[in-house]
Design a protein around this ligand. Sequence first.
Ligand code: PLP
Length: 406
Amino acid sequence: MTLHCENIPLARLADEFGTPLYVYSQSALTEAFQAYTDAFSALQPLICYAVKANGNLSILKHFASLGSGFDIVSGGELARVLAAGGDAGKTIFSGVGKSEAEIEFALNAGVLCFNVESLPELDRIQAVAERLGKTAPISLRINPDVDAKTHPYISTGLKSNKFGIAYADALEAYRHAARLGRLKIVGIDCHIGSQLTDLSPLVEACERTLLLVDKLAAEGITLEHIDLGGGVGIVYDNEDVPDLKAYAQAVAKLMAGRPLKLMLEPGRSLVGNAGTLLTRVEFVKQGEEKNFVIVDAAMNDLMRPALYEAYHRIEVVEPGNTAPFTADIVGPICETGDFLGQNRTLACTAGDLLAIRSAGAYGSSMASNYNTRNRAAEVLVNGAEAKLIRRRETIEQQLANEQACL
Ligand SMILES: *Cc1c(COP(=O)(O)O)cnc(C)c1O
């Protein structure tokens, strides 16, 4: 009855490592990765795990050992990939605002490709490459203008978004890139949003992107790869999510006859369901209109509910004999938005442990020190073995860069 991660009771992990604690299942990470390689086996894609979903070095190292490449959005993430033993030659550099220093770092490291999002960025990469005497492999991120039908904050493929180059401007942007002598045009990419629950926008984006591939070929610009980004949704509650096999079949059908290498950039769907945030109940507070279960995890540990009103399943780790009641599960932070779940019916009491599910993606990677809270520890479980993969932060570490000058 008591909840486990693989073969280890969650309660034992809480005793050993304290709470709040992120717990990840290594076999769940492996299975999620293999679901992609199995589904897409006919196309032999390069899967580039999106580091921003969860950049813990052990998680990166695990994916690297499975053959994964990486999708990064900052120089910091490139440093993580390299520190984890990842291959720069399998790393794609995405993002709308790459600095000169980041471009230089990536060029020197030898990244597979820059996913470029604007003309000024093309010019900047050209200039840095010129200065270093290098050639920069580039792909253009095209905005296919399809509605991903997801939360507006995580929808990226519409005309109104800051991401990518407008579909109508794509050919001209490629012509511009082709005139820049230090750039080598290798691909095209798109990424239309995150937590997509519908397959059709993903397929439509692929179709529209391939149309551009053909138009470019007709102009003598031959691409080596197409990168369809990430975005496949996961089950947090009871959503339908895209079937990877159906996705792969649709893509294979569209790509048939084109000698293009396929790349994918999944983040959430590789780590989201592999992670749980363990937290302990501090108090149960009966309010006038609402009850509150106040726990030791908060929005600084898991920002998604506060940021997008995201839903995470919450379960009692060791169910006892308490009667169930309905409450908001909230943290100690001084913000009304500091909730982890609202209107949940749970049977718990002070001192009990709660498991906040599907917290592996955009959980620890979005954590902050708000309210001067130390960021949580992280543990990776493999069978009956648990490894501490991130120590709990200390107050000394938080204060280390500050000075009381006056
Ligand atoms: C965030 C992001 C991803 C990963 O998205 P998921 O929804 O986590 O799969 C992939 N590519 C780019 C460019 C991104 O910004």
